[in-house]
Design a protein around this ligand. Structure first.
Ligand code: MOS
Length: 737
């Protein structure tokens, strides 16, 4: 790895552009409605037609017959494509790439409710929808498994990175611990509920397929779509320049892309297809529900000696677990520890990644348990966490954290929030009918590094253009990439053009796992190192001595503008960051502390969040404005997870009942109070030349428990099953006397 530049210093460390609170460079396009999302693009050959997907009406079983007679004679109908028709279109049976659990086109076997079974293509959207309703599918319903609690005894152990872990002797240490907590917590199935639905415009030119779509990971999706349709990779082009949110739901190829591609093949015209909101919740992925048992053992003076975390979740056969024990391996010291995940087979829709997969539900449980332990010890919950901090991986004590400032987050947060005003005994603070309390939780999310490439161009106007298949899912990628290129080339951000989200560009990290900010900008850094060398060479300067600042290149006593350097023709350079065995040497994580004040109506049980503060340690913050925006969005999602969000499972027929945004509640403006975000001033020189990590998921990790702990502190009623709806604590609330 080469984290230094030819000039011997890292230009990013100047922080003239990087680290500054620049406004979003694509902001005006978005606020004026001129940034095109997947369904809105106009660039394709010919006039488009419209697709509408028919979803399976059963969760498990078989299609007996599909009667399309009525539908195909309806006005405007051009084609109906089902699994039966693939041969006629020149396709074999579809694959599913390597990242999907269920087939994206079902039939004759049905794996989950609302699995796509047909696309109807018509001249208008309304015609396609009407005809889709007239496709009659007859099924034989099979026996499905839909209840996690019921399937729990059949859940299986896992291997690889999901295998059980054990350090010391947990059982003995826990049994002998003078102070113990042994509790079970549950988190429900959740949906990403991103603003922009899954949507695709697909068209064919000969045997080449192009898509405008809405996706977080361009390269993964290109590969998986090519595999699914048995096409050579170079015959597939994927473009997602703007993405209206994903939260993990758009990491993977979904049915909109596959079905639109099949429909377009059938009619020989571009097909526009958006999945309607009521279809998304059961057709696409969700965060799986968990049942988590946590056992903590401590000495009387508050040292954790035993930490045990077991988690059960379910997924379709061949799927994976919600990795809820992840943070428990790393968050607190303690000599004796165990984690174990068990996976049950369920025939519900596919479970998969949703923002902070693992840590979000894991911390919702663990950080209540820690609160319960602190109370039992009669210790302040901040002090208890500080006492049990670790600077090394507790399972591998020779392996340090690259940087870990959890304690500072907790202490500075407590100070700033006025934590000393919290009363340790719950239900003591009243304001009229309101009971008021404060809660805290640690935030923790691992830092993942993904190889990332970019191309940079310098033209004779001195304009630097960055091209990479990185996506901006609302996070600010355009802006931090522009800042990175500007800093590296010594120009203002107005001299940089950023082009993203196209599989014709070099393969980046993509957006996911909060790895996008650090990984993709590091790839741009690598490309700019190459471009600086090319500029120096073109000018005949010693690349080791060339300095880039104020739009000029200087070496010894000579200088030139960047525009002059490119007079003889555009300079183009490509670079890629790779990470070697860095993550073996160092545990890289991000840290934070969430503080919440909540009020509970003592008559109705209604919960109002009054104040929120997050203090974060996540390496260098590349742009405090966009990073804060990530944080407050995540904190808002955390309030949803604590108080509202729950996909209700119909355990007889196997589907999510509340499959729209009327029934699946997320916070609205009136639910969210003043939110404050502080970033610890740090730079993590180990992780990358940018010295940055990510905050997109850190902001969510721990919030649910901080809300839960605040509600408990207000009421004295401990709720261990999320979401904390008023029915769960109403009966126990103290009455006014
Ligand atoms: Mo994230 S759940 O990896 O988009």
């Amino acid at each position: 790895m080469k984290f230094d530049t030819p000039a011997g210093t890292n230009p990013i460390d100047r922080m003239k552009v990087v680290g500054q609170p620049h406004e979003r460079v694509e902001g005006p396009l978005k606020t004026t409605g001129t940034a095109a999302y997947a369904y809105e693009h106009q660039q394709y050959p010919g006039a488009p037609v419209y697709g509408y997907v028919v979803g399976a009406a059963i969760a498990k079983g078989r299609i007996d017959s599909i009667d399309r007679t009525a539908a195909q004679h309806m006005p405007g109908v051009l084609a109906i494509v089902t699994a039966q028709d693939l041969g006629a279109l020149g396709f074999g049976p579809l694959g599913k790439g390597d990242k999907n659990t269920a087939n994206l086109l079902g039939g004759p076997d049905i794996e989950h409710y609302h699995q796509a079974v047909a696309i109807v293509v018509a001249e208008s959207f309304e015609q396609a929808r009407a005809a889709a309703n007239a496709v009659h599918v007859a099924y034989t319903r099979g026996q499905g498994r839909f209840d996690l609690a019921q399937e729990k005894p059949n859940a299986k152990a896992l291997t690889g990175s999901d295998a059980d872990t054990a350090t010391g002797d947990f059982e003995t240490a826990f049994a002998a611990a003078p102070v113990q907590i042994d509790q079970t917590y549950t988190t429900p199935d959740q949906n990403h509920a991103m603003m922009e639905p899954f949507a695709t415009i697909a068209w064919w030119e000969g045997d080449a397929l192009s898509l405008w779509t809405s996706n977080q990971m361009i390269a993964w999706n290109r590969e998986d779509l090519a595999t699914t349709l048995s096409l050579p990779l170079e015959k597939v082009r994927i473009m997602s320049p703007y993405v209206g949110g994903g939260f993990g739901g758009k990491l993977f190829l979904r049915s909109d892309a596959v079905m639109a591609s099949l429909g377009a093949k059938a009619v020989g015209r571009p097909v526009k297809l958006a999945l309607p909101r009521p279809f998304i919740m059961n057709n696409a992925t969700h965060r799986p529900a968990t049942i988590q048992r946590i056992r903590l053992g401590a000495t009387r003076d508050g040292k954790l000696v035993a930490i045990g975390h077991q988690s059960w979740s379910g997924d379709l056969p061949g799927g994976g677990p919600e990795v809820a024990t992840q943070q428990t391996k790393l968050l607190y010291a303690g000599a004796n520890r165990m984690t174990a995940m068990r996976l049950a087979e369920l025939d519900l829709p596919e479970g998969n990644a949703m923002r902070a997969p693992g840590e979000a539900p894991g911390l919702m449980a663990l950080e209540i348990a820690v609160d319960e332990m602190a109370e039992k010890l009669k210790m302040d919950p901040v002090a208890f966490r500080v006492l049990n901090d670790t600077q090394v991986d507790p399972e591998k004590p020779t392996r340090p954290f690259s940087q870990r400032n959890l304690v500072r987050c907790l202490k500075e947060g407590a100070e700033h929030f006025g934590w000393h005003r919290r009363l340790a005994t719950p239900a003591q603070v009243r304001e009229g009918r309101w009971l008021v309390g404060m809660g805290v939780a640690a935030a923790f999310r691992n830092n993942i590094n993904i190889a990332s490439a970019a191309r940079v161009r310098l033209n004779d106007q001195g304009i630097v253009t960055v091209e990479t298949d990185m996506t901006d899912i609302g996070t600010g990628s355009y802006t931090i990439i522009a800042q990175t290129a500007a800093e590296m080339m010594g120009v203002g951000i107005d001299r940089v053009v950023v082009r993203l989200g196209d599989s014709a560009f070099p393969v980046s990290s993509g957006s996911g796992g909060q790895f996008g900010a650090n990984s993709s900008t590091s790839g741009v850094y690598a490309a700019c190192v190459k471009l600086r060398e090319a500029v120096a060479q073109r000018l005949g300067y010693d690349p080791e001595r060339a300095e880039f600042a104020d739009g000029l290149v200087r070496a010894d006593n000579r200088s030139a503008t960047l525009a002059e350097a490119a007079q003889a023709g555009e300079l183009v350079a490509e670079g890629r960051i790779e990470w070697g065995n860095l993550s073996k040497q160092f545990q890289q994580s991000t840290f934070g502390a969430h503080f919440v004040e909540a009020a509970v109506d003592s008559f109705t049980g209604e919960i109002r969040v009054r104040r929120m503060l997050a203090v974060c340690a996540a390496g260098r913050i590349l742009n405090p404005r966009t990073a804060r925006s990530q944080m407050i969005g995540a904190m808002t999602m955390g309030v949803g997870g604590a108080l509202m969000e729950e996909l209700a499972v119909d355990k007889r027929f196997g589907f999510f009942v509340n499959h729209d945004l009327a029934g699946y509640e997320v916070p609205v403006h009136a639910d969210i109070p003043h939110q404050e975000v502080h970033f610890i001033d740090e730079a993590d020189a180990t992780v990358s030349p940018m010295k940055a990590k990510g905050v997109g998921e850190l902001g969510l990790a721990g919030v649910g428990a901080a809300v839960a702990n605040a509600v408990y502190n207000a009421t004295g009623v401990r709720v261990r099953d999320y979401p904390i709806t008023l029915d769960k604590h109403l009966a126990g609330l103290p009455t006014l006397t």
